[in-house]
Design a protein around this ligand. Structure first.
Ligand SMILES: [Zn+2]
Length: 225
């Protein structure tokens, strides 16, 4: 990402100052923003199905990724990055008309901030008792947390498909409302992209190594690729 010659978008630390709204902006530490957007840009170019999802999306982050994938970066790309970053980070100034944004964060924050309307997963929770005071609920998740992700340490990424199948299995549990004897049915449906939280994957680098080509290119879930 720090290369000047072979990158889709330059890190704020080394890209030119960004002039916007009659002010000059200095961006620091855009790596999390840039790394996720470059991943999406590559996926846009490589996967027709994902490209048609982004083509139909009004999400400005995804649209910037699309334009980077199709045309590379331009002066306008850097202004669009600034506009996308401004609502989520503190802006400081020590010189009139010069503003600094420190956009240091975890990639998870990038995903949660920009994928709110394009969730990874939608879970519906319904009670079998039609008179239950608990209303049907729908939860959207910008990223997903998989149980037993540590199995990857034992079995490698070949088990990722199986872990995702388990994640999607519907569950039935007694209703949480104390006066209801109904059964809650919880079902999950994945969106067009999957961002998996890996915090719990406690990798010991002395015993575990992983190559990018070990990550499965295709995942088959519910007869969909
Ligand atoms: Zn109930």
């Amino acid at each position: 990402m720090r290369s000047h010659t072979s990158t889709l978008i330059l890190n704020g630390n080394i890209s030119p100052l960004c002039n916007y709204d009659k002010n000059t902006h200095v961006l620091n530490n855009t790596c999390p923003f840039d790394s996720v957007i470059v991943g999406i840009a590559v996926a846009y170019v490589d996967y027709e199905q994902y490209a048609s999802f982004i083509d139909g999306s009004k999400n400005e982050y995804l649209n910037l990724a699309k334009d980077l994938g199709r045309h590379g970066s331009s002066k306008l790309s850097y202004t669009r990055r600034l506009i996308l970053l401004m609502p989520y980070f503190d802006i400081s100034t020590s010189i009139p008309s010069v503003y600094t944004l420190n956009t240091e964060c975890n990639v998870l924050k990038v995903i949660q901030d920009y994928m709110k309307n394009d969730p990874n997963c939608t879970q519906t929770i319904l009670c079998s008792n039609k008179n239950c005071p608990e209303k049907d609920r729908i939860r959207h998740s910008a990223s997903i947390i998989i149980n037993d992700l540590n199995k990857i340490l034992e079995k490698g990424f070949s088990c990722l498909n199986m872990l995702l199948e388990n994640y999607l299995k519907s569950e039935r549990t007694p209703c949480i409302y104390k006066h209801c004897d109904g059964i809650l049915k919880k079902e999950k449906k994945l969106g067009s992209h999957i961002f998996i939280e890996t915090d719990q994957l406690s990798i010991d680098s002395s015993t575990f190594s992983c190559l990018l080509n070990q990550i499965p290119v295709n995942i088959n879930l519910n007869n969909e690729k």
